[in-house]
Design a protein around this ligand. Structure first.
Ligand code: HEM
Length: 324
């Protein structure tokens, strides 16, 4: 097993290699947020901060366990419809003349919004709000972007509240409400926040997977079908490269002593753990791959233009932004 390395430049530990990555993600003392900063200071006092603080992704312990179980069960029930829905929505956006650069972000999040239960007419607004909201998840965002994220958060919470009140049977929103009741999860704000969270977890990561698939297509992959291409790209060019953990107390991991409060950069992508591992492993991995495959299938009927791209500024993700 590789030893943990101290990264002086980032003033944190660095965990590489499958065994060490799994050990870190399985360690009870290593948490998703610093004990003294459950919500990034830049978000404090606004709606996006309240959503951030309630997300399963950003909590450990009781605020994580039952909600995660409910989301996992609801997503498992909905995943089967993902590929077909994505193919329809992605084809429609292409037919509407959506540029590839916008399409890689809009098609996946619109598909998950549609699975949640939003009507087709609502999808463009939900996708736009989510584009604004995700700014709150990046430490690179400026004050104007954070303000936009707060405004988008209020709109998304309002839309989720209305959706949950009317959620037709068979939708992902209805499945989340049902599983939440089963799991004894009764925090209304946290349920709404995590419905928003399903879209925010989808937005950049699935756009990254879809985008990396387009890059692979342009470079010639030799994959027999879309599902094979998606699986190959998750191995060779995964969109999520790393995550972080914070020591809640002094602990020993990877042969070193990690002091309380110290951070660990966990190199997921290179360790073939692109969907994470352990208690915080991604509950949407099946759906994500289905959505990306459906979008690729929709593209097969359209001529893929010669693509040029740059990568979005990010500390943890590899997301191509196409100029076409
Ligand atoms: C290619 C697309 C995706 C990738 C690469 C991805 C990757 C990940 C990773 C690495 C984590 C764990 C982060 C950590 O441990 O710090 C995670 C968590 C999560 N993902 Fe995904 N994800 C993707 C798509 C989705 C989708 C489509 C959904 C739902 C619709 C989703 C829902 C979640 C949730 C709720 C969590 C938090 C789980 C927890 O903290 O227990 N993800 N994802």
């Amino acid at each position: 097993m590789q030893a943990m390395q101290w990264d002086a430049g980032r003033a944190c530990w660095r965990a590489e290699g499958q065994a060490l990555v799994e050990q870190v993600l399985g360690h009870p003392a290593l948490r998703v947020r610093p004990l003294d900063e459950a919500v990034p200071l830049a978000l404090a006092g606004g709606s996006a901060g309240e959503v951030f603080g309630a997300l399963v992704r950003m909590n450990d312990g009781a605020r994580h366990a039952a909600p995660k179980l409910a989301l996992q069960r609801a997503l498992a029930a909905s995943a089967t419809a993902g590929q077909e829905r994505a193919r329809c929505i992605a084809a429609q956006l292409l037919a509407d003349g959506r540029a590839i650069g916008a399409w890689t972000f809009e098609a996946p999040v619109s598909t998950v919004a549609s699975l949640l239960g939003f009507a087709d007419t609502q999808l463009p607004a939900v996708a736009r709000w989510m584009g604004d909201f995700v700014a709150c998840l990046s430490p690179l965002s400026d004050a104007a972007q954070i303000a936009q994220a707060h405004a988008a958060s209020l709109r998304l919470l309002g839309a989720m509240r209305e959706l949950l009140q009317a959620a037709p049977a068979g939708t992902l929103a209805a499945a989340v409400a049902r599983e939440a009741a089963h799991a004894g999860w009764r925090d209304d704000h946290a349920i709404l926040a995590n419905l928003v969270g399903l879209l925010s977890q989808t937005y950049e990561a699935t756009a990254g997977l879809l985008g990396n698939c387009l890059v692979a297509l342009q470079q010639g992959t030799g994959c027999a079908n879309a599902a094979q291409l998606v699986a190959r790209v998750m191995e060779t060019d995964p969109p999520i490269l790393n995550t972080r953990r914070f020591a809640a107390e002094r602990c020993t991991v990877g042969g070193v002593t990690v002091e309380a409060g110290q951070a660990i950069l966990v190199m997921l992508g290179a360790a073939q753990r692109g969907f994470g591992h352990g208690r915080h492993a991604c509950p949407g991995q099946q759906l994500a791959q289905q959505v990306a495959a459906g979008c690729i299938e929709a593209l097969s009927s359209a001529a893929l233009p010669q693509l040029t791209w740059t990568y979005r500024a990010s500390h943890n993700a590899r997301i191509p932004e196409f100029q076409q």
